[in-house]
Design a protein around this ligand. Structure first.
Ligand code: HEC
Length: 129
């Protein structure tokens, strides 16, 4: 119901304010430097850098775009263009297993909005933009 309402509003906005629709977040390209790295800094980095629990266990170093794209000691966790099969998205959505939902141990996990930003960035090609 809630979803239907907001969809309605979005359609109205798009049809009556084309210029506004272009600047709506859903149309924008997500930026690694502006959007994604901020989320990682706030929610992931303290564990996913040398000395952190996530890095020591999995090998995933999220300090830079390059180190993040390298993935864990088992391989990549991001598949550009495909958020559904990207492990990084699977773990923030809790799709793998509740015990490895990221951020590890955070009650409730990331907000839907933040997960949406990460997903969109991956689907747009996971660029270093
Ligand atoms: C409190 C510490 C902590 C935080 C914060 C954290 N992680 Fe982790 N992360 C871990 C640990 C520990 C592991 C290893 C889990 C395991 O293999 O059992 C891990 C593993 C991972 C893996 C590899 C999973 C796999 O199947 O190989 C990914 C991807 C990951 N984290 C992404 C993230 C992302 C994205 C964030 C931020 C949204 C994040 N983590 C925040 C501790 C953390």
């Amino acid at each position: 119901m809630k979803y239907g309402m907001s969809q309605c509003v979005a359609v109205l906005l798009i049809s009556s304010f084309p210029a506004l629709a272009l600047s709506a977040p859903s149309q924008q390209e997500v930026s690694y430097k502006k959007d994604v790295s901020q989320i990682i800094h706030d929610y992931c980095l303290n564990c996913h850098e040398p000395g952190g629990k996530g890095f020591e266990t999995s090998g995933l170093d999220m300090r830079t775009y390059q180190s993040m794209m390298k993935g864990t000691k088992f391989g990549a966790v991001i598949k550009p263009g495909d958020s559904f099969t990207s492990i990084m998205i699977q773990v923030v959505e809790g799709r793998v297993h509740a015990s490895i939902k990221m951020p590890y141990g955070m009650a409730g996990g990331l907000s839907k909005e933040k997960i949406g930003i990460l997903k969109k960035w991956v689907d747009q090609g996971a660029k270093d933009n």
